[in-house]
Design a protein. Structure first.
Length: 146
């Protein structure tokens, strides 16, 4: 199965949101997503990557490049919303996408990639471990700022 990876364009946003809504049980509004995308499309540290087959978006992830002043942390990347359309899973598309993420992160001089994944995505976790990601001894904390 031939998958092509590229940086997302504005016209991909609707397919990306539909894919993420399907994979993560989200309800992101497409107009909201388009607005946020437009506000950040020239930020080279926010990268929306898509995998396409015959022009159709079947895979996606968001790469955020984070430069720091801390020598050990240096510049690193966080991947989130790593997903492959369910009917295209088990064809190494996620692994190929992680290869492309690695290429991009090395190009951006990152020393590490980190990955956020929801607890219910157990099969995805196996893919990440197989790729070489390790589960850190850490907790992910969040606080809503309404």
């Amino acid at each position: 199965m031939e998958v092509n990876f590229r940086i997302a364009k504005e016209e991909d946003i609707e397919e990306i949101i539909k894919l993420c809504n399907e994979c993560f049980n989200e309800e992101t509004n497409i107009e909201y997503a388009k607005r946020i995308y437009k506000e950040n499309e020239n930020d080279d540290k926010q990268i929306y990557l898509v995998g396409t087959i015959e022009g159709k978006v079947v895979a996606h992830t968001k790469i955020t490049i984070i430069p720091t002043i801390y020598e050990k942390m240096n510049t690193y990347a966080i991947l989130n919303h790593v997903c492959v359309k369910p009917e295209y899973r088990r064809h190494n598309i996620a692994t190929k996408m992680l290869d492309e993420c690695t290429r991009i992160c090395r190009e951006k001089k990152c020393v590490a990639m980190e990955l956020w994944s929801m607890n219910f995505r157990v099969p995805a976790h196996e893919c990440y471990k197989h790729y070489g990601f390790v589960v850190n001894d850490a907790k992910f904390f969040s606080k809503e700022l309404n």
